[in-house]
Design a protein around this ligand. Structure first.
Ligand code: BES
Ligand code: MG
Ligand code: ZN
Length: 467
């Protein structure tokens, strides 16, 4: 449990936060240190005295919340070997909001794969003492931080697992026990049930797999009456081989990360439940892998989706939009939601467009766009809006079905995919699609190779908190 107090007592481990301006004013109190420290962002200087260690951390100039969080995150990770599990005083002039961001960063920076709470911050004797926030504020910061860690780390952990450790049964077992723990409504449809229910597009992706399908619905109901309801759909392809339209082998191992949308949804759902947020959430995770086998769906197959629309499969590697199509229309047809948001590692096209800097997003509602962009800017889990003009629909109309699952043009596939998904929202007037292929899995401070970034959890939470 995270312990944070308002306390003033002598501790053997201390953290001093200095902005560049603070440092300018105070450096005369620390003779000689100015040759080593300026208060620049993420600068760290360690002063040891006979029986205490003082970490001076620079937070730069006018840093925003996400910057303070990032400084703390990096510090916790970089100094995990030097930090001790003892009461630790934090001396800073930050206000409440920035102090909360600092605390979040410290704890989010303890993540390593596999996550075992081995960092000194998670040990029994570690506690943080602040003088600049009250005891209640400290307690609240601890609760919030712990909830975010529990949510985000759970999502990251699943994303980071190798393909042979993230089988459908294993993640289903986890989701079921999570539902029990947080009192969520849990429902799952296996392959046979999905077919019976008419989830034809989702079932088509699963049909080549040796594993069951698990079309999963999780519901968090807030205790508040008349709370708004948010629908979330997360792409949950546990491994994407491409199917019969098989992917080249270079970098194929990264396709264990094709559940980045789901890991954001799982993280947000856990955190929201822990914080008892005053919104209802209906989360759908169409869980399957995209396998190659004699039973796999074939290019040219015509499939009937849940909403009755037919899809000509021209590329079995465009599987994400098949699973999401059914996820979206199932949610729209069976639940009343005030907003509908899907997140997916959907296209290489979005990665080629934006690299690792932001997700590409699409929406049919200007207010939702504003909400998303505000949260994205605030959390630094950036999003950039792309259009959904009708002209793109022509690119995927089919001669033998309502739609093709790809366009034949060699460009703009992330827009085509977004426009395709729009055909399955059943007239929902407040929908957004987040293509997070470039940002869910990538370079991180805690590992050498690409790993889960945690993208989406804080973004979704901020949206949920302000809805
Ligand atoms: N899972 C991939 C998209 C992806 C690419 C995610 C890179 C993360 C990093 C998706 O299922 C896919 O294969 N998309 C194809 C679509 C194409 C066949 C139209 C792609 O983007 O190449
Ligand atoms: Mg694919
Ligand atoms: Zn995929």
């Amino acid at each position: 449990m995270i312990k944070i107090y308002n306390k003033k007592e002598t501790t053997t481990q201390n953290i001093f936060l200095f902005s560049e301006d603070d440092w300018e004013q105070e450096k005369s109190n620390y003779p000689n240190t100015e040759h080593f420290f300026n208060g620049k962002k993420s600068e760290v200087f360690i002063r040891t005295d006979s029986n205490e260690v003082n970490f001076f951390i620079g937070i730069g100039k006018d840093s925003k919340g996400f910057e303070i969080q990032a400084v703390a995150n990096k510090f916790a990770n970089d100094y995990k070997k030097n930090l001790q599990a003892v009461p630790t005083s934090v001396h800073s002039k930050l206000g409440l909001d920035l102090t909360e961001e600092f605390v979040k960063g410290l704890f989010l920076g303890t993540y390593l794969y596999p996550f075992e709470k081995s960092h000194p911050f998670w040990q029994e004797n570690f506690e943080l003492h602040f003088e600049n926030i009250s005891d209640d504020e400290a307690k609240n910061a601890a609760l919030k931080t712990e909830a975010i860690c529990n949510g985000q780390f759970a999502g990251m952990e699943w994303l980071n697992k190798p393909a042979n450790h993230k089988k459908v049964d294993q993640i289903s077992e986890f989701l079921k026990s999570t539902a029990e723990k947080y009192d969520l409504n849990y429902k799952v449809l296996n392959r046979e049930e999905s077919i019976k229910e008419g989830l034809g597009a989702f079932a088509a992706v699963n049909q080549g797999s040796s594993q069951e399908a698990a079309f999963t619905i999780l519901e968090y109901k807030s205790e508040i009456e008349n709370a708004k309801t948010i629908g979330l759909v997360g792409k949950c392809v546990l491994f994407d081989t491409g199917g019969i339209s098989i992917k080249p082998s270079a970098n194929l191992h990264y396709m264990k990360s094709d559940m980045g949308g789901a890991s954001a949804v799982i993280g947000a759902l856990i955190t929201a439940s822990e914080l008892k947020l005053p919104v209802n959430i209906i989360a759908i995770l169409p869980i399957t892998d995209n396998a190659v086998s004699e039973k796999a769906y074939l290019p040219s197959d015509v499939i009937t989706a849940y909403n009755g629309k037919t899809i000509e499969v021209l590329d079995t590697d465009a599987e994400g939009r098949m699973t999401l199509a059914d996820g979206l229309s199932y949610l729209s047809k069976n639940y009343e939601t005030d907003a509908l948001i899907d997140l997916a590692t959907l296209t290489g096209s979005s990665v080629r467009m934006f690299g690792y800097t932001c997700g590409a997003y699409f929406s049919n509602n200007d207010d939702l766009k504003k909400t998303l962009e505000k949260s994205a800017d605030k959390t630094n889990q950036r999003l950039w809006n792309l259009p959904l003009w009708d002209i793109w629909k022509d690119d995927f109309t089919s001669d033998v079905a309502d739609f093709k699952n790809i366009s034949m043009k060699p460009f703009g596939d992330c827009i085509i995919a977004g426009k395709f998904l729009e055909q399955f929202i059943e007239g929902h007037e407040n929908w957004a699609h987040l293509d997070i292929a470039g940002v869910a899995f990538g370079n991180v401070g805690y590992a050498k190779d690409k790993m889960a970034t945690g993208y989406g959890v804080q973004l979704l939470l901020d949206v949920l908190e302000n809805y």
